[in-house]
Design a protein around this ligand. Structure first.
Ligand SMILES: [Zn+2]
Length: 297
């Protein structure tokens, strides 16, 4: 079988998702991405497979896709052994994405940094590999059954998603932000300043976002994110009046003391007004791929 050069990240993830649904049923999470990439690549591209998935210390990088030129030739997928199991799973899926989508363009392989595999903020091929990983590990059809797109999940519910899919809280929350119909955002901060933030589409369209590309954005001093002494209350949820985070009421959930010394905050805003609502006709991108023309080939 030849490669499928036209296939998009989401189409690849969707095809593998359908295959796994058929082979393993609906309750098959977390996805065993190592087994998948090894078996699938060996079957479909026996001359150019992923030979091994290994975990080893990688300085300054979270993962790598490395070509092996001697016999048997193929590829190595490497994930950083100092990362948590959840982050390693996402990294392996990200590198699998590079294998499926980019290996022909990258005969020398590549190394991926932390921001490439955790924030979905990388450019071009990094974004594609992240989109593939998120869709493969957390397919929307399953995610929607876990958390209704209309509800405000608590930290416990988002934590349960992370648990189900075997990924970090950040990865699960980013995926939820992609499909929720609510106005919500996540901000990750250190030492009182925002490192990066992401809004749901309805939140963004109503002006509820935190810009981190310009001057440092200070976390409000009276917010839970600036109060590690209130860690328990922050986890349970705190209501803030207008003027704390934004000029409207918000519900804040914050996790202090995470593995990377980052503070993770989720903000829920009030019910969306009609003009902020995501149109009903918006398709689920990883179920109905945008490249419909491929179907007719
Ligand atoms: Zn990458």
């Amino acid at each position: 079988m030849t490669a499928f050069p036209e296939m998009s990240p989401l189409r690849w993830a969707n095809q593998l998702t359908k295959m796994l649904d058929l082979a393993k049923g609906q309750d098959r999470y977390p996805v065993d991405v190592e087994e998948l990439i090894l078996e699938y690549s060996r079957t479909v591209w026996p001359d150019d497979p992923v030979l091994k998935v290994v975990s080893q210390p990688l300085k300054g990088f979270e993962g790598a896709l490395v070509p092996v030129h001697e016999d048997p030739r193929g590829w190595l997928v490497i994930s950083n052994s100092t990362a948590s199991a959840g982050r390693r799973r996402f990294t392996v899926a990200h590198e699998a994405g590079h294998y499926f989508l980019h290996r022909h363009r990258l005969p020398n392989g590549l190394h991926c940094k932390e921001e490439d595999v955790s924030r979905r903020a990388g450019k071009d091929i990094e974004k594609e590999a992240d989109a593939f990983a998120a869709a493969l590990l957390m397919p929307l059809h399953d995610l929607r059954r876990q958390v209704d797109p209309k509800v405000r999940p608590t930290l416990i519910e988002l934590g349960a998603l992370a648990e189900r899919y075997g990924v970090s809280l950040t990865a699960a929350t980013l995926r939820w932000l992609e499909y929720t119909e609510r106005r919500s955002l996540m901000v990750v901060s250190t030492d009182g300043y925002a490192c990066w933030a992401r809004s749901s589409d309805p939140a963004y369209r109503s002006g509820r976002f935190i810009k981190t590309s310009g001057p440092p954005h200070e976390i409000p001093a009276v917010s839970g994110a600036a109060r590690p002494d209130m860690a328990d209350a922050c986890r349970a949820g705190i209501s803030h009046p207008s003027g704390v985070w934004f000029d409207e009421d918000v519900e804040e959930f914050t996790v202090h003391a995470t593995a990377l010394d980052q503070v993770i905050t989720i903000l829920h805003f009030g019910d969306a007004r009609p003009r902020w609502r995501v149109p009903d006709e918006e398709p689920e991108p990883d179920v109905y791929d945008r490249f419909v023309s491929f179907e007719s080939r």
